[in-house]
Design a protein around this ligand. Structure first.
Ligand SMILES: C[S@@+](CC[C@H](N)C(=O)[O-])C[C@H]1O[C@@H](n2cnc3c(N)ncnc32)[C@H](O)[C@@H]1O
Length: 255
């Protein structure tokens, strides 16, 4: 996976200038996160640090970002050098994260488009365990994951949004899904893996998470051209997924 994103890091960053990013992706993440002012946030699979920077600017007290791709982490560090925000970035696979001392635990883990990169259910289990390890009891996970409710036939219809989604192999647990994205004048490609809702939920439960809930994508009501987003929202390629690590009551409630 590191190699996959190393090869496309800058092009992937360019592809994210799509209006979907602000109007749906960031809007949905922010609704699911709720009030993060003063919260310590761990951005798992942080990519170029796009959300880490936004959340720091929105008042998070401490942010750390981790990504398996050295090239993505370099883009994040480059942005941090340009405009220092005190965000720490580390290159590491989430499933191999070292144990954190309790005092360094986080209140929130953001995992935007991460869990579905697990090539096997065992890796998904390890990712969930490691994410539980960085949270304090009662801490929350906010994720965007492959929409497990889509059939393979539903993968069509994203050309207007600048990407293509297709099944590489017949639908099964951990079957591969291919994405092609327009990035400037180039196309970039990466694969994700399909898991049923029950698999995500089982991996999270086994890691100690409760209150597991799926959420539809939401559109910023202030976004121009709501009609353009309608088909995307009717057939969302990803869904929100939230969970709470069992233990003390969560400090911040879901919005
Ligand atoms: C689609 S990008 C999303 C980046 C960022 N979360 C965002 O929303 O802008 C997925 C990121 O997950 C990273 N990734 C994939 N598998 C990973 C793993 N096992 N551990 C850590 N990062 C991983 C990739 O390198 C890539 O940067």
């Amino acid at each position: 996976m590191a190699a996959a994103y190393d090869a496309i890091a800058r092009d992937y960053q360019r592809s994210k200038s799509s209006p979907l990013r602000a109007a749906i992706e960031s809007w949905t993440i922010d609704r699911l996160l709720g009030d993060i002012r003063g919260a310590a946030i761990f951005d798992a699979g942080c990519g170029d640090g796009f959300h880490a920077r936004r959340l720091q600017a929105a008042g998070a007290s401490r942010i750390a970002g981790v990504d398996v791709s050295p090239a993505m982490i370099e883009l994040a560090r480059e942005a941090e050098r340009r405009t220092p925000q005190g965000i720490q970035y580390q290159c590491c696979a989430v499933e191999d994260l070292p144990e954190l001392p309790c005092a360094a635990a986080f209140e929130v883990v953001l995992a935007a488009y991460l869990l579905h990169y697990s090539p096997t259910f065992e890796v998904l289990q390890r990712m969930c365990l490691r994410l539980a390890n960085v949270l304090e009891p009662g801490g929350r996970l906010v994720a965007l994951c492959e929409n497990p409710d889509q059939t393979v036939a539903d993968y069509a219809g994203y050309a207007a949004y600048g990407f293509d989604k297709s099944a590489v192999e017949p639908r099964a647990e951990a079957s591969r899904i291919a994405y092609s994205l327009v990035a400037g004048r180039q196309m970039i490609r990466f694969d994700t893996y399909y898991y049923a809702r029950s698999s995500y939920e089982r991996a999270l439960r086994e890691a100690g998470f409760t209150a597991i809930a799926w959420h539809p994508l939401q559109l910023d009501p202030a976004a121009d051209g709501a009609d353009w987003y309608a088909a995307y929202l009717r057939n969302p390629p990803v869904l929100g997924l939230t969970a709470v690590l069992s233990g003390a009551q969560a400090r911040v409630q879901f919005a």
